[in-house]
Design a protein. Structure first.
Length: 381
């Protein structure tokens, strides 16, 4: 279905808003956008009942225009790659991770360079993982209407209210970017954000790691190495099945069921019936594949079994050191006006307490701020 050509009548801050639903319009807009220093972008997608996210809309703002690109109508989005991968154009997102993941899945490229306003806000003391609505309220004094957050974005044609709602996700992002960038420059923290945003361009973050899927299954930390090996095969099978059916993993089989299978390790149709959480329908449909997973797991050499996930408990001395290190980080963060978690997460600090040599792997801006003091604390013990 195509829209009758239309521009949404309401405009704010002199910015023209239009819907793009054909390739000619998209190419014309990209020709305009590639001449900009920055663009703000956001996506709307649906993922509730599918394995793969369904990209429904891409919103992009330049200094003078806002467009909503209907990705359900335009199938070929390759023209956007020139814009999203141009090294001279900063791509501004808020909480960019999911947007980058879906754009990578659609176009095979990760937008670069990226400026994430959520990361920038953390670097300036606005709090960890601040929402877009909170940030806009804080910086622009605008209270966004979030009543349409549950919009079914596959609906066509989209109502004007939904389009306005989507457009607002980039309309005020441009203002937030300008204000945050100035504040970062004034405080000498731009390189902090550049370093953190650089991490978003690691392609491995967006590729499914089928070998380690088992680690995210509920209860995996409580399993033995042998049971973890079974779970690894089961999790890999479930992911493949979910991809084939384009259904969420949990719709194929719940984590709790995989966990019970890994513990009981049935080797026959009869013993599958003893798995309480396995439904009759699942037994009928997947019995052969589940038993094949069991067989493959049993054939795996013991030396190839995965290590158990559970971390060894910290010693009394390490707990004491962790307390001292956390107190130092908290004090330093207070001096900088940022949260301790942005300066160094608990996981980072636990790793340093157990393996002080990992200190050199901290990002350069963190080393500059806390590296020497942490080194001294760790050496004292």
């Amino acid at each position: 279905m195509q829209y009758a050509k239309r521009r949404v009548a309401v405009t704010l801050s002199g910015m023209e808003l239009e819907i793009i639903d054909n390739l000619d319009q998209l190419e014309a807009f990209c020709a305009h956008a590639v001449g900009q220093d920055w663009v703000c972008a956001d996506t709307e997608f649906m993922r509730e009942d599918t394995y793969y996210p369904k990209l429904c809309l891409i919103q992009i703002a330049t200094q003078t225009r806002i467009v909503c690109i209907d990705t359900l109508i335009i199938n070929d989005l390759s023209v956007l790659n020139q814009l999203f991968t141009s090294k001279t154009i900063t791509k501004v997102f808020h909480a960019a991770r999911q947007d980058l993941e879906i754009l990578f899945m659609v176009n095979g490229e990760i937008p670069y360079p990226v400026f994430d306003t959520q990361i920038a806000a953390s670097a300036l003391g606005y709090g960890d993982q601040i929402s877009y609505a909170q940030l806009v309220d804080e910086l622009c004094g605008v209270q966004l209407d979030k009543s349409l957050s549950r919009t079914v974005w596959t609906t066509r044609p989209l109502p004007d209210k939904a389009i306005q709602y989507a457009a607002n996700d980039v309309r005020y992002l441009s203002q937030a970017y300008t204000l945050l960038k100035k504040e970062l420059d004034d405080k000498g923290r731009t390189h902090w954000v550049e370093s953190e945003c650089q991490n978003l361009n690691d392609m491995n973050k967006y590729k499914p790691d089928t070998h380690n899927l088992w680690k995210s299954v509920k209860g995996a930390r409580k399993l033995s190495s042998k049971q973890s090996n079974v779970l690894r095969w089961l999790a890999r099978w479930r992911d493949h099945e979910a991809m084939q059916q384009n259904r969420p993993r949990q719709w194929i089989m719940r984590d709790e069921t995989l966990h019970e299978l890994a513990v009981k390790q049935p080797t026959s149709t009869a013993s599958l019936a003893q798995v309480e959480l396995l439904t009759r329908k699942q037994r009928g449909r997947y019995a052969g594949k589940l038993l094949d997973c069991m067989d493959r797991a049993m054939q795996t050499r013991k030396e190839d079994w995965p290590e158990v996930i559970a971390k060894p408990a910290l010693s009394r001395q390490q707990r004491k050191l962790l307390k001292q290190v956390k107190a130092f980080v908290r004090e330093r963060a207070d001096q900088l006006g940022i949260t301790p978690n942005f300066l160094a997460t608990r996981s980072m600090l636990e790793t340093l307490v157990c393996e002080p040599e990992e200190l050199s792997n901290l990002t350069s801006w963190r080393l500059d701020l806390i590296g020497n003091d942490l080194k001294q604390l760790l050496q004292e013990e």
